[in-house]
Design a binder for this molecule. Structure first.
Ligand SMILES: [Zn+2]
Ligand SMILES: [Zn+2]
Length: 388
């Protein structure tokens, strides 16, 4: 039976898992109930191995195919964590925990990958090994990074890795993907300018930190316009300016600036950090002040490898016949990037139809997307490692 038909049969069961996860959202690495349920289900499916506690609360299931002639191993990944949002869907299975909500559809991702695992464990119609990866803390905690640091790739011999995210605004059951960068790197920085505070009527006795900060803010905009290749994407935003003076007549001793950098290319990311540091330090020096830049790297760029993207497109085409192979990249960030930095693979969007956007209190994952997503996961295994 083709996977699509089997997933139509399994839809009520997978939907029940999804709604149970939805009702019981957990944040960051604290996905204890979700991870325990995932592990129990995987054991019930007859997975050859189920390992808990990878990347603190991540779960991995291993499913061996009918044959293994070439030692091929493919990883499929879903995320399990929710968001600190007060749900406003009014659904009968809405969050039972006020202030926690599955507002990014990770309940749907986890349920779809469980469905694929159940199907793969009962059919085993492939030559090699499928590794299903359930990660915690996608929403800012770096759960993907923690699983990689825990030896995920080496321990299970993963050679390629695939991930999926639902996306409102894309028609239900349609897929969207692109080769190369599909999600941005998101970094943040803190600048501290130190001068000499004093009486605003005696500026010659002070080193005016607000003036220095203003020059730094203006100079930082030259990074996008004059440092980075105009054909490459970059955002440098300074979002907070804080002085230690609240008076009309006191020049502050210290000014703090905070901002974010978004890039689509690690070379540009390095260029921005280096240039920003030089501008901050040299601008302060020019005015007799000093300044310090604390630059924190966030999630790296999510980069789809070309051959793996082509396979992802072919499988999506077979599943629904509706694939946008050149969707524009998003300036948001995704920690599946840590897995794609370790192994070639691809990250694809699955349409959630005309719903509220992810991270909105009225958002809900559409259960009618389940057969498409689960078929895609299973299809990646069956077509990348066809049974002999
Ligand atoms: Zn999210
Ligand atoms: Zn998400």
């Amino acid at each position: 039976m083709p996977p699509r038909n089997r997933f139509a049969e399994l839809l009520p069961e997978i939907t029940a898992w999804r709604r149970d996860f939805h009702e019981n959202p957990e944040l960051m690495f604290e996905v204890h109930r979700t991870a325990a349920k995932v592990a129990d289900l995987l054991r019930g499916f007859g997975c050859d191995e189920v390992v808990e506690g990878i990347g603190r609360t991540g779960v991995v299931g291993v499913i061996k195919g009918r044959s293994d002639s070439a030692g091929r191993v493919i990883g499929l990944r879903a995320d399990m964590d929710a968001l600190p949002i007060i749900e406003q869907t009014g659904l009968p299975y809405a969050s039972k925990t006020p202030g926690k909500m599955h507002a990014c559809g990770h309940d749907g991702h986890t349920a779809m990958l469980l469905g694929a695992a159940k199907y793969l464990a009962e059919t085993r119609n492939f030559d090699g090994t499928a590794v299903v990866i359930f990660q915690p803390a996608e929403e800012g905690g770096g759960g993907g990074r923690e699983m990689v640091r825990d030896g995920l790739m080496e321990r299970f011999g993963i050679q390629e890795v695939y991930g999926m995210h639902n996306m409102p605004g894309i028609p239900l059951g349609s897929f969207a993907i692109r080769p190369g960068a599909i999600m941005a790197a998101a970094d943040q920085f803190d600048i501290t300018v130190t001068g000499k505070g004093g009486h605003a009527a005696k500026p010659h006795d002070c080193i005016d930190t607000t003036l220095v900060a203003a020059h730094i803010i203006v100079a930082a905009q030259s990074i996008a316009s004059r440092t980075v290749d105009p054909l490459k994407q970059v955002v440098v935003s300074i979002c907070t300016v804080q002085t230690d003076s609240t008076a009309h007549n006191v020049i502050p001793q210290v000014v703090k600036l905070k901002g974010t950098v978004r890039t689509m290319d690690s070379g540009v990311q390095d260029q921005v950090e280096t240039r920003l540091r030089a501008l901050v330090e040299a601008t302060a020096l020019a005015f007799g002040a000093s300044a310090d830049l604390a630059y924190q790297r966030g999630y790296p760029v999510t980069v789809n490898a070309e051959p793996q993207t082509d396979h992802a497109i072919a499988v999506a085409q077979a599943v629904s016949g509706r694939v946008d192979p050149a969707t524009p990249p998003l300036m948001g960030a995704e920690d599946f990037s840590y897995m794609l930095n370790e192994r070639p693979g691809a990250y694809i969007f699955l349409g959630n139809g005309d719903t509220a956007m992810v991270h909105h209190p009225a958002y809900n994952f559409d259960d009618n997307a389940i057969p498409f997503g689960a078929s895609w996961y299973a299809g990646m295994v069956e077509t990348r490692m066809p049974a002999a």
